[in-house]
Design a protein around this ligand. Structure first.
Ligand code: NAD
Ligand code: GLY
Length: 370
């Protein structure tokens, strides 16, 4: 295990520990943050069945009572109904403001439990123990918490930083291959947006990361966590640099919304497609060499991820409809599109005010009907 990464946020700074066997030692790690020897551990049914008993045992071994709160697996849990039911359960447990919630799961549980922690009794502490690759390298770090509404994803939420993140790489052994690929999309995104050398390494080592070879997996997770921690410390509230983490996401959210947020297209797959599209658009606009765009697209495909709209069930998605979705993005200002584009691999930048017609033409060029 390497040294923990610190997310440098002054008095709210916290450590992200990446390693193996962390779940078995969770009680000792979490103990110093507790006022009373009890925590509420939020997990979905799948994670409870696979890993729940191990975590609760580890807490008990340190004299901490872990009260399990189970939520439905899947994005639907990130709803007002899911939040209400979680908060009700926390109230029933008698959780006090000085107590702590543990979010044990993927990005869904992290976002939901984190948002509940942000508002429960006007805010209590929480700790992230992420169990998907996506959650370990992205969603557990940085304090974005949210639920969805029928009008869109992550529209209701809060910035609420965890007190500690424990990313136990061993827990990824049970993750289905498709979920690994989804997390890998965000790993690639990290290299594409800001670290060309890391991208070079990923080009050579994608199969090892996806096969969960311990050394390769550790290097990928650690590098992504380091970069995310550094960006969040610079721009917690996404006033500047943090927006770069949205590379590929404006295209991704539009395609996800058009495809109906179903099993046909998972978020990570949409991010892979979105990164490929962002690089192709950058090359088309003369902002980035075509050779870099081709490399980016090849790397997305090598991760087992889609790179073209016609690979997505439900296509054709209309260009006008996609642009309308993109204009509803949280980054949009006065109806103009803000996109993350690239000058090169490892060199993404925020492009405010991208003309909608330019994007529509590009989508038609990509095979979308008008
Ligand atoms: P998820 O939480 O739904 O997990 C995916 C699936 O894997 C679920 O069925 C879950 O039960 C299962 N699972 C989790 N851990 C497992 C394990 N170790 N073994 C076997 N199965 C396991 O999805 P996700 O991809 O982790 O997260 C997606 C969510 O994260 C989205 O809601 C997205 O909006 C959010 N997100 C948030 C941020 C942020 O900064 N807050 C960043 C990126 C994504
Ligand atoms: N996942 C993007 C962010 O945390 O800002």
């Amino acid at each position: 295990m390497t040294s923990p990464v610190t997310v440098g946020l002054g008095t709210r700074a916290y450590e992200v520990v990446v390693g193996r066997g962390l779940i078995d030692r969770a009680g000792a790690r979490i103990g110093p943050f507790l006022r009373r020897p009890l925590v509420a551990v939020v997990m979905d049914q799948t994670v409870r069945d696979l890993h729940g008993a191990r975590l609760i045992r580890a807490l008990e071994a340190s004299g901490v009572a872990g009260h399990t709160v189970v939520v439905e697996p899947g994005e639907a849990a990130k709803s007002f109904a899911g939040l209400e039911s979680l908060c009700d359960r926390l109230l029933e447990l008698g959780l006090e403001r000085g107590d702590l919630i543990v979010a044990f799961g993927g990005g869904v549980v992290g976002d939901l439990a984190g948002f509940a922690a942000a508002i429960y009794k006007r805010g209590i502490d929480f700790i992230q123990i992420p169990t998907t690759l996506l959650a370990q390298i992205d969603s557990s770090v940085g304090g974005k918490t949210a639920i969805d509404t029928p009008r869109g994803k992550n529209l209701i939420g809060a910035f609420h930083q965890p007190r500690l993140v424990l990313a136990d790489l061993g827990v990824l052994d049970t993750l289905p291959a498709r979920e690994m690929a989804c997390g890998y999309a965000e790993v690639l995104k990290t290299g594409l947006l800001g670290d060309g050398a890391f991208f070079d390494w990923l080009e050579a080592n994608a199969p090892r990361v996806l096969a969960r070879e311990p050394e390769a997996l550790a290097r990928a997770v650690e590098r992504c966590v380091e970069m995310k921690a550094e960006i969040v410390a610079r721009d917690e509230r996404e006033c500047g640099a943090r927006a770069l983490l949205n590379l590929g996401h404006t295209f991704a959210h539009a395609v996800e919304a058009e495809s109906g947020y179903g099993e046909a297209l998972k978020h990570g797959e949409a991010v892979g497609l979105g990164c490929a599209m962002a690089f192709r658009l950058s090359a088309r606009l003369g902002l980035c060499p075509s050779a870099d765009a081709e490399r980016a697209v090849r790397a997305v495909a090598a991760g087992g991820l889609p790179t073209r709209l016609d690979e997505i069930a439900g296509h054709p998605f209309g260009a006008t409809a996609l642009v309308a979705r993109m204009a509803g993005d949280k980054k949009a200002r006065d109806g103009a599109l803000t996109l993350i584009l690239a000058h090169r691999i490892g060199g993404a930048f925020v492009a405010p005010d991208v003309d909608r017609h330019t994007v529509r033409d590009f989508l038609i060029f990509e095979g979308a009907p008008p």
